[in-house]
Design a protein around this ligand. Structure first.
Ligand SMILES: N[C@@H](CCC(=O)N[C@@H](CS)C(=O)NCC(=O)O)C(=O)O
Length: 203
């Protein structure tokens, strides 16, 4: 069986779960506590970040984008790989994430949240511009770029929903709301009990 070590609220794990689901890959979810990760997960991937995918032959994939691309290379019914927005994804994984952490956890970083919120907001304009052409980032229908980026924008919006809802980025707000309301996201966010060592099987 293919096992995904996952954490429900982790944006990287969310995008991996969505790609595994859309590709109809059979997998079991091992929901971990980040403070108490299973020894099997750390043995498979010593860098110890979620998600980690362990295939039935023992192969380990421990980067969320690699998990997405692996799953879609096997089966890509919605042609998500045609919308692999490498550069845009990288901007959000690096610059947006950097500012998001300092906006969301300002005290931890001894940062000015307003400054980092503004830096995130400037990057959201990239999405707003893209979304003038179509309802999703690469085309009308969702693809890899949308799903890779959406969980981070969701996290940004959730820090202060009232503020986010008041911002002049109507297309981005609509795009985010559509993805959050999608049956795929709902499935990816289904609650699974935490895996405790000694249980018969993960999940
Ligand atoms: N580049 C990694 C990043 C994964 C990552 O940073 N995940 C966080 C949770 S959202 C994590 O596991 N952090 C380690 C920890 O909190 O102990 C990926 O794309 O899979």
């Amino acid at each position: 069986m293919t096992t995904l070590y996952s954490f429900r609220r982790c944006p990287y794990a969310m995008r991996a779960r969505m790609a595994l689901l859309v590709s109809a890959t059979a997998f079991e979810v091992c929901e971990v506590a980040l403070r108490d990760k299973p020894a099997d997960m750390i043995a498979a991937s010593p860098k110890a970040t979620v998600p980690v995918l362990v295939l039935s032959d023992g192969q380990v994939i421990d980067e969320s984008l690699d998990i997405m691309r692996w799953a879609l290379a096997r089966n890509d019914p919605e042609d998500w790989l045609a919308g692999d927005e490498d550069a845009l994804i990288d901007t959000f994984d690096t610059r947006f994430k950097h500012h998001l952490d300092r906006y969301k956890y300002a005290e931890r970083h001894d940062a000015d949240p307003a400054e980092h919120r503004a830096a995130c907001f400037a990057l959201l304009q990239l999405l707003e511009d893209r979304l003038t052409a179509a309802e999703n980032l690469s085309r009308a229908t969702r693809s890899l770029g949308d799903i890779a980026i959406m969980p981070f924008v969701r996290q940004f919006a959730a820090v202060d929903h009232t503020w986010f809802d008041g911002q002049p980025i109507p297309r981005t707000k609509c795009w985010l709301a559509r993805h959050i309301a999608s049956p795929l996201f709902e499935r990816a966010m289904a609650r699974v009990p935490r895996w405790v060592p000694g249980d018969a099987a993960p999940g």
